[in-house]
Design a binder for this molecule. Structure first.
Ligand code: FE
Length: 133
């Protein structure tokens, strides 16, 4: 599987300042401010940076956190995780498997069937809406 690799300048050209700070520098948008935290529109959430499919709206739920939350990615290989011990916390960072965009963190307090909460930044995602009949 080929990975998407771009230079810092290329990412800066393609992303807004906020999107760059979040996806390439692991910043976090403020809770309840992102464009998708309360979205219930059906569709596929793609990576803002490389367009790969990350999450489906069917696995999105209201976590009350103020960030878009999902209980699983579209496929096990869509995202990758790594330990994040910054901010005096032990957390698990979630990144895009294709381009390593920072997406957010995953916590073990989600709903069944996985028990996981993928706590994502809206700025890392792009919703491709679909019409459901
Ligand atoms: Fe990506």
């Amino acid at each position: 599987m080929s990975k998407v690799v771009k230079s810092d300048d290329e990412w800066r050209d393609e992303l807004s300042a906020e999107e760059y700070a979040i996806t390439r520098e692991a910043a976090t948008e403020r809770a309840f401010t992102g464009k998708y935290w309360d979205t219930k529109t059906p569709g596929t959430y793609r990576c803002r940076c490389c367009g790969s499919e990350l999450f489906d709206s069917q696995t999105k739920y209201d976590s009350g956190s103020g960030w878009p939350s999902f209980y699983q990615p579209v496929t096990a290989n869509a995202v990758a995780t790594q330990a994040d011990n910054s901010m005096m916390m032990e957390r698990t960072e979630v990144v895009c498997a294709e381009c390593e965009a920072h997406l957010g963190h995953v916590f073990p307090d989600g709903p069944q069937p996985t028990g996981l909460r993928y706590c994502m930044n809206s700025a890392s995602l792009d919703l491709e809406e679909r019409s459901e009949s």
